[in-house]
Design a binder for this molecule. Structure first.
Ligand code: NAP
Length: 294
């Protein structure tokens, strides 16, 4: 059962992200109570109709749904532990970035105080909150999500996604998506450095870089199927062929005097996969190296 669109909500933590969350709840018509360590960050929200709670306990007691978004889990626990009893019968949604272990431990802690707990992850910037670009992932008890999803949808109507009862999954998805983001960005920067050695501007490279990213995205679904099946037929290019290209990339970077650490990492990983017997398999076979500790 979903809450009505005017269900009260509390936001604890009004940094760049928490402020955006509170703004979106207010814009959607929810009676919104806010609290922040530095009270000045609540001033404009109060002017827009939010209630500024005098304490964390007052903030929790104001709403059936309490959203916390602070720097890290230690900060969240420093705020919530002393007033945990107030969570009984309420739902706590933690949108603070953390690990899957922290999420699961916090779920156990919340259950010990009689509160329902959803762990969440925000994929995107504060500016996206409340827009079609916002993607927010939730994991934990489905009943708690369904009870509050009408309110949570104020943060992103289309991008509000429930994952699983396992509280750790939203954090794991978050880390997995960040892994993609930094891999893509580092690849772009490597390319911009190579081209920069020939005085090609990064802005000139940008359009082709975007095309390359889209082409690469096209590989994902087929490789995912191979990974799930544990079978890596090379219908496009073998690991050995990729290896040859990586050797060229390393040599080019070194010859131009630009950083070659990233190409070297690619090369060493592929060499190990090849020596494991995957030289004639597709690139998806590299998963066997990623599954191992360093
Ligand atoms: P931020 O602007 O630096 O704000 C940090 C917030 O945490 C502030 O409200 C701060 O209070 C509070 N805080 C930190 N330590 C505290 C403590 N010991 N006691 C009480 N309050 C404390 O960070 P943000 O960008 O809002 O990020 C918040 C969370 O959202 C992080 O986990 C971040 O990873 C996640 N996130 C952010 C983005 C983004 O693009 N910004 C995107 C996705 C996820 P004060 O105002 O009093 O300092």
């Amino acid at each position: 059962m979903s809450t009505p669109a005017t269900s009260p909500v509390t936001v604890i933590g009004l940094g760049l992200m928490g402020h955006a969350l509170a703004t979106a709840f207010l814009a959607d018509g929810h009676p919104t109570t806010v609290w922040n360590r530095s009270a000045d960050k609540a001033a404009d929200l109060a002017a827009s109709g939010a209630t500024l709670a005098a304490s964390v306990q007052d903030a929790i007691e104001a709403s059936p749904l309490v959203v916390v978004c602070v720097s890290d889990y230690d900060a969240a626990h420093r705020l919530l532990d002393p007033v945990a009893a107030a969570l009984a019968g309420r739902t706590l949604v933690n949108l603070t970035t953390g690990s899957s272990t922290q999420a699961r431990d916090t779920a156990t802690w919340a259950a010990g105080h009689g509160g329902a707990y959803l762990d969440g992850a925000i994929l995107g910037l504060p500016q996206a909150i409340g827009t079609a670009e916002a993607v927010l992932l939730y994991s934990g008890p489905k009943a708690a999500f369904e009870e509050h999803q009408a309110t949570l949808r104020a943060l992103g109507e289309a991008g509000t996604l429930y994952l699983d009862e396992d509280h750790g999954l939203s954090a794991l998805y978050d880390m997995s998506v960040l892994s993609i983001m930094w891999s893509v960005l580092n690849g772009f920067l490597q390319g911009a450095a190579l081209l920069g050695a020939a005085n090609v501007k990064a802005s000139t490279f940008a359009a082709l870089a975007g095309t390359a990213i889209n082409v690469t995205a096209g590989y994902v679904a087929a490789y995912a199927q191979q990974i799930d099946e544990g079978s890596y037929p090379a219908t496009d290019a073998t690991v050995a062929v990729h290896l040859g290209g990586m050797q060229q990339l390393v040599q080019e970077a070194e010859a131009l005097g630009v950083n070659s650490e990233l190409p070297r990492f690619f090369l060493e990983l592929a060499e190990r996969a090849a020596s494991d017997g995957h030289a004639d398999d597709s690139y998806a076979a590299m998963i066997t190296r990623f599954r191992l500790p360093r």
